[in-house]
Design a protein around this ligand. Sequence first.
Ligand SMILES: N[C@@H](CCC(=O)N[C@@H](CS)C(=O)NCC(=O)O)C(=O)O
Length: 263
Amino acid sequence: MANLTVHHIPVCPFCQRLEILLSLKGRRSDVDFRVVDVTRPRPDWLLKMTRGSTALPILETAEGRVLKESLVILQYLEDLYPERAVAQRDPYRRAVENMMTRMEGDFCAAGYGYVMNQSLERRDELREGMLKQYARLNDFLVEHAPSGPFLWEEFGWAETVFTPFFMRFWFLEYYEDFELPLEDRYARVRTWRDACLSHPAAQQVTKEQIVKLYYDYAKGAGNGALLPGRSRSSFVFEPDWRVRPWPPKNKYDRSATDDELGL
Ligand SMILES: N[C@@H](CCC(=O)N[C@@H](CS)C(=O)NCC(=O)O)C(=O)O
C-alpha cells in the first residue's frame, strides 16, 4: 500500500512534474494521487493540512507530514527513491541542471501572461517576451549541451521540470497562433522541446485536453475562476473534456457560452 499521498489537480503542470519523475523511476504506483477539484473551494481537511494555502501539489506522508512546492517535492522523491537517479550525481552536472531549473519561473510566467492577456495591443510584446525565453534556453543548451537532444545523456531533471510547460504552451499555439520560428537561434531549444514532448514518461496529458481545459485561462480567468455569463469552469471534470467540442480559437473576438463549450 502506498504510504505517500499527493493531492493534485490532474492537469496541473506542477503536479505533472511529480508524475514524470515517478514514471522515470518506475515508482508511479508507490504514490497515491488524489484528485482535488480546482473549481470548488478547497475542503476544510485540506486547508487544515496546508495551514490555509491552496496551491497544489502537496505531498502527505504516512505520518501526516506535509510538503509543498513541486521542486521541493521532486527533490524529496529523488532522495527517497535514489536507485534510478534522475538528478545528476556529479556536483558540476547537478549545478548546471540547477541553473537551468532556475529559469523555469520566468518561462512559466511569460507563457501564462501571454495566454491570459486580453489586450490586442499587447500581443506582439508578449510574443516577443515568449521568444526571448526560448532564446535564453537555446543559448543555455548551446553552451552546455550543443549536440543534444537532452541536457545530459537522457531525459532527466531539467526535462522533468520543463516538459509540463512545453505541453501547457500548446494553448499558445491554439489561442495565439504562436509557433517557434524556424530560425537558428531557436534550433537547439526546438530539438530539446520536441524530444521532451515525445518522451514516454511524459504522456500524462494531451494537446486536446490542455486546449479544452485552459479555455478560461485564454479568456483571462485562472485556477477554476468563473467568467462573467458562465456557470461552469472549463476545468470541471464533468462533462469529460473528451466529449466536449474544441473551443473557438479567436479569444479576442468574444466569449463562448457554457453550451458552446459543451459544459
Ligand atoms: N510554485 C508552486 C505552484 C503550484 C501552483 O500554482 N499550482 C496551481 C495549479 S497549476 C494551483 O494549485 N492553483 C490554485 C491555487 O493556487 O489556489 C509549485 O511549484 O508547486
